[in-house]
Design a protein around this ligand. Sequence first.
Ligand SMILES: [Zn+2]
Length: 76
Amino acid sequence: MSDQRKDLEAIRKQAARKGWRVERGKGYYKMWCPCGEHWKTVKLTPSNPNYTRNLLGQLRRATCWDKEKADEEGSQ
Ligand SMILES: [Zn+2]
């Protein structure tokens, strides 16, 4: 049932590896993109079963989440 919590924890760790600043709030995390322009609030216990997937989609579309990857592809 709480698989999403594991997924969200993985996203949080991935964000930290990517240089994002992560701060814990009450019932959520706030994650700041290293570029300083983007940020995302992440619920700790989402009720929407698609929350994690939607969140990743938003991170990829609206932040620099996949920037490293995009840079690699661009240099080939
Ligand atoms: Zn950014």
